[in-house]
Design a protein around this ligand. Structure first.
Ligand SMILES: NC(=O)c1ccc[n+]([C@@H]2O[C@H](COP(=O)([O-])OP(=O)(O)OC[C@H]3O[C@@H](n4cnc5c(N)ncnc54)[C@H](OP(=O)(O)O)[C@@H]3O)[C@@H](O)[C@H]2O)c1
Length: 288
């Protein structure tokens, strides 16, 4: 990346934020971080005035927003609170992007695809909407960010082996030889977070604007992902299949991402789910 670029990263302690931070720092960029702790500026992002002060006092080229509430249960119970951070903060940032002439990188979600077609691979033009509070906040965030054509909106899904992830939960069960209950009808094009972050950096370097899917080439059910991961790790996988429909909170389940647009734009070949599983297995091995 061009070293002259000044980047502001919001939510720098989260899964995506911390991974991006490491990658951006290694490339010797001028990076400033905002988070509630362990950051250059430490404050709660509901304080929009403080945010404006930081942005107006510095001429950032790029602002990457990785802050959001992502826990579906929490989102259902705290609709107003999460809408402020997940939707109104991006709206505010989008307005500031016009005022202070920076490029806003908004991290959206595959959760806004609402197709009922089994294992649908959604293009960027596919139907969007929401079936729960989290998805509603992400849906409106996109709507606000789209107001300015210069902004970049990335619809993605990523995982890693860390304590908050479903991989961590699944691996613990595999190790303890306990039964897993796995969705057989929820399909995603999830990426390992490091790969996802590297592509996001490429998107910034290439000054992309507009809306892009960012996922693996194919789409795989949650069940198959874990069964294949267990196989690579040499664990027996004792599981029961269940449907997303059994979940207390309504969820979209055909979240496959068609990645033709980003592949063409960056002249790359996105990795497939097999390769993602192999990376995650390596991470599990190296951290145990
Ligand atoms: N994980 C996925 O698979 C996935 C899929 C699709 C889209 N996304 C999107 O990707 C982005 C990053 O997600 P992630 O998985 O990296 O989430 P994460 O690990 O939960 O990180 C989110 C970060 O947001 C920060 N945050 C939340 N509310 C805040 C507030 N009021 N003030 C300051 N910071 C606040 C949190 O700070 P604390 O550390 O202080 O709590 C946390 O570090 C989000 O926009 C999410 O919607 C994620």
């Amino acid at each position: 990346m061009n070293n002259n670029k000044k980047i502001l990263l919001l939510g720098s302690n989260g899964l995506l934020g911390s991974t991006l931070k490491n990658i951006i720092e290694k490339k010797n960029n001028t990076l400033t971080t905002i988070a509630r702790k362990h950051a250059d500026y430490k404050f709660d992002l509901k304080d929009f005035r403080q945010l404006k002060k930081v942005i107006s006092a510095n001429s950032y080229d790029v602002v990457i927003n990785c802050a959001a509430y992502i826990n579906f249960e929490f989102c259902e119970k705290n609709k107003k609170k999460i809408f402020l951070i997940n939707a109104l903060l991006p709206k505010y940032l989008s307005n500031l992007s016009k005022l202070y002439a920076f490029k806003l990188i908004h991290i959206s979600s595959d959760a806004i695809y609402t197709s009922t077609t089994k294992n649908k691979i959604n293009t960027e033009n596919a139907k969007t909407g929401y079936v729960n509070a989290y998805a509603k906040s992400k849906f409106y965030a996109e709507k606000y960010c789209k107001k300015y054509k210069k902004n970049l909106i990335i619809r993605t899904n990523f995982v890693d082996y860390n304590q908050k992830s479903f991989i961590y939960w699944a691996y613990k069960k595999l190790k303890d030889e306990k039964q897993l209950i796995l969705y057989n009808d929820m399909f995603t094009s999830t990426l390992d977070v490091k790969y996802c972050s590297n592509i996001i950096l490429q998107m910034i370097e290439n000054n992309l604007s507009g809306t892009y899917n960012l996922g693996s080439k194919d789409s795989i059910s949650k069940k198959d992902f874990i069964v294949k991961l267990a196989k690579v790790l040499g664990h027996n996988c004792n599981f029961l299949e269940t449907s997303v429909k059994a979940n207390k909170i309504k969820k979209s389940c055909n979240l496959g991402l068609n990645v033709n647009k980003i592949e063409k734009k960056l002249n790359i070949n996105m990795k497939d789910s097999k390769s993602v599983i192999s990376t995650i297995a390596k991470n599990v091995r190296s951290r145990n």
